[in-house]
Each structure stands twice: as C-alpha cells, then as structure tokens.
Design a protein around this ligand. Structure first.
Ligand code: PMP
Length: 423
C-alpha cells in the first residue's frame, strides 16, 4: 500500500465519521480512497479504476471531469465563488432560476443546498401558505409507505422507512402514510395540505416502480381535493428516466418540484424548490415573508455548473440516448432475472435495481457489492437490492462492461454448488 493511502486511511479511521455507516465495521477496513474521476470511472489512491455504477450516490449525470462542467467551474471561480443571495442577486443564480422555471413549467425557484433542504423548503412554504390563507385544518402531509425524502426533521418525518425516521418519530409535521392510491378513498381531503411522492420510482425502496398512470391519477385527486402535489425529483431529475424530469413522462406539472443531486451534474451541492406563481404571490407583503434560507443559497459556483449541466441535458440526443442506453441495461436485466437467487429486477430509464434473495438483513447485497468492487465496479446495495444507476452520460461500452461484470458476479455468487445457473 502506498504511504499516502496508509496515511489517508489512518486519518479516516482516527477522525472520520461517515453517513449511514456502522463505524465499528468501517474503522480498520481498507476502503478505497478516491482521488480522481474521469467519465464513468473513479480511481483510488492505489491507482485502481472502478466503474461508477451508482453515479456517486445518484448524483453524477454526464460522467466525472466533464470538460464543459470543469470549465464552467473554473471560469466562475475566476469571477466569483460565492456572495450572499440574501439582499443580493448573482448572475448565475438569476440565470439558473429563470432557466429551471422555463424547463419545468413552474414560475418560481428557491435555492438551497441538498435534497433534504429542497423538501424541507417545500414543506415550510406549504405550511405557511395554508396558515396565511386561514386554512388551519389543512396541516397534514400525505406520503407513501417506504418513501424517502431526506434527513432534516421535516423531510425525515415524511419517510416511510422506519430506520430513517424512528429517532425523530412524532417530532415533525403531521404525516399520514399511504400504501397506494386506493387508500385515498379513506382520506378526508379537507385536512390535507399536500401529498409528497417520488414520481415513477421510489429510490430507497429498492427502486420499486409505481404503476403506469399513477402520477396522473394522483394529480387528478389533488386537483379535486384542493391539495398540493410536491414531487421529490431529487433522484429522478435531469434525464435519468429518459425525460428531463420524471413527471414529464406522465405529463404532470406539480405544485412544488424538489431538485438536488443531479442539478449540478453531480459536481457541487445545490438544490432548488420550484413552485407556482399562485403560491409565490401569497408570500408578498408585511408579515408574509418566507423566513427560511441558508448561507450558501444561490451559490455562484454551483449555479454556474448547474447551468452548464442543464445545457448538456438539453442537447439533442441526450434524452433519446438515455432511453436507448436504458434498453441496453434492460437486456442485461433480462438475463439477470433468470438467474437463480435473483428475486426481481426493476428499471425506469437508467435507474435499475436487482433484488437478490436474502434474509432481509442486507448481507447478500453487501457481499455482492463487495465482490463487484473487487472486479472494478462501485455501487451500494439497498438491503439485498444491488443498485445499478450509472451516469446517464456513460457510454454504451461502459454500460456493457458494467453489465458483464455484474452478471459474472451474480452468476458466481448465486449458483449453489453443483447447480448450473439458469441463463
Ligand atoms: N429525496 C430522495 C428521493 C432521495 O433519494 C434523497 C437522497 N438519497 C433525498 C431526498 C435527500 O437528498 P440529500 O441526501 O441530498 O439530502
């Protein structure tokens, strides 16, 4: 091991604290220390190269080190890295806000820093909007079983996955959890402020896909009940589904659209909560100010790279390319589906999950991802589901290499001794 690698590992074991991680298992383990990225590849401090099969926790869109994105950051850094968006504007944030409104069909853009705060801002806007209209009864948020919307108190309260909200249960806004649209029949719409959903596919719920038309039906119910629709496109935004936003697959325009992760192409932390003119207008005047915001709101570097990334997403051939590459992933998933030990495969665009037969502890998922790392493919499981969500900008060749490597590990791991894997 190189001296530098040893030093970085010791610093990490001695001082680091990683998110969602059992540090008892982390300390002393030789995890890769990533030092470089290029296209679909990441490279560690030992010179080993890995295909980034989960887009660096679902953030990367055009590949690492994309020259246009690097240039946008470099150029902006030469002009201005950050100035306050409180009491001032800045050129890039102003441009990006206008551009995001254009492409989403919404009318106002509020910036923050990450997916959780994009959701938190929507919740706070919604609650204040209802209060300002004197709709005191409408305080309830509807959310979905096994949904995930982030870790701030409000966002975590919406979570339908126990391990993410147990520690703060009951401390946030009032939330009612539904398993599907059929349960709307039993809901008193007059109590509901808004419904929050991850459109088309629930990421943390092992990439479970909603039935076709569900989002359209939900929009219709919201319209009928005077309830707002908050879409969490933190994971699905910026082309992964084959449209710029997942809601566009079903022709739905929400009342709030929450964006983060891929907004900057996966380069810098930045988020946006977009909303309608009707909601925005209510916040004008004395006593109506939206008292919410963060020091790095509208960060110029983040906005500059987000503008450049968005232009790449809108280039001809980008979205059709995602759809075509999704089909290539589909071919591999079709093969995996037949393997012993693969319980199910799921895919929307270039978002896929391979659910393995496990005991629910996540041991099989961890084991398979560990073996994938050994053959140069980086991803993380969700329980026993292996996430395959490469950067939409990855080449077909990169995808095929990932597919072959994932296949080889699944065939090896899943084949019980003496039994041929059925392909
Ligand atoms: N919403 C969804 C759908 C997500 O997948 C995530 C993160 N995995 C979040 C919100 C929270 O985003 P962040 O981690 O940037 O706070």
């Amino acid at each position: 091991m190189r001296v530098a690698t040893q030093r970085w590992l010791e610093q990490d074991w001695g001082s680091g604290w990683h998110p969602f991680t059992d540090q008892a298992l982390w300390e002393g383990e030789e995890w890769p220390v990533i030092v470089r990225g290029e296209g679909a590849y990441l490279e560690d401090s030992e010179g080993r190269r890995y295909l980034d099969a989960n887009s660096s926790i679902w953030t990367n869109i055009h590949g690492h080190g994309h020259p246009k994105l690097v240039e946008a950051i470099r150029e902006q850094a030469g002009e201005l890295c950050h100035s306050s968006y409180l009491g001032l504007g800045n050129a890039r944030a102003n441009e990006l806000g206008a551009r995001l409104c254009e492409v989403s069909g919404l009318e106002r853009c509020f910036f923050s820093d990450n997916g959780s705060t994009a959701i938190e801002a929507a919740l706070r806007m919604e609650l204040q909007w209802r209060a300002m209209r004197g709709e005191a009864r409408r305080r309830v948020f509807l959310a979905f079983e096994n949904g995930y919307h982030g870790d701030t108190l409000g966002a975590a309260s919406l979570s339908g996955v126990g391990r993410f909200f147990e520690a703060v249960a009951g401390m946030g806004p009032e939330v009612r959890t539904l398993s599907g649209l059929e349960e709307l029949a039993g809901v008193d719409g007059g109590e509901v402020a808004a419904v929050v959903i991850e459109p088309l596919v629930q990421g943390v719920n092992e990439m479970r896909v909603w039935p076709e038309g569900m989002l359209r039906d939900l929009r219709e119910w919201c319209d009928g009940a005077g309830v707002h629709l908050i879409l969490d496109e933190v994971m699905t935004g910026f082309g992964r589904t084959g449209e710029l936003f997942a809601c566009q697959v079903e022709g739905v325009v929400p009342d709030f659209l929450c964006l983060a992760k891929g907004l900057t192409g996966g380069c810098l932390p930045l988020a946006a909560t977009l909303t309608t003119g009707e909601i925005y207008e209510a916040f004008k005047g004395p006593g109506r100010t939206f008292y919410y915001g963060h020091s790095y709101t509208g960060n110029a570097l983040g906005c500059a790279v987000a503008l450049a990334s968005l232009e790449l997403c809108l280039e001809e051939g980008f979205l059709s390319g995602v759809r075509a590459k999704g089909e290539v992933m589909g071919e591999f998933l079709g093969r995996f589906e037949g393997l012993r030990g693969v319980r199910a495969v799921r895919r929307v665009g270039m978002i896929a999950g391979i659910e393995l037969a496990g005991d629910g502890s996540g041991r099989v998922g961890r084991d398979v991802c560990g073996q994938l790392r050994e053959v140069g493919v980086l991803t993380r499981p969700i329980l026993d589901t292996v996430v395959w969500m490469p950067p939409p900008g990855a080449s077909e060749g990169d995808l095929r290499e990932m597919g072959e490597k994932i296949g080889s590990i699944l065939e090896g791991v899943m084949k019980p001794a003496g039994v041929d894997a059925k392909l």
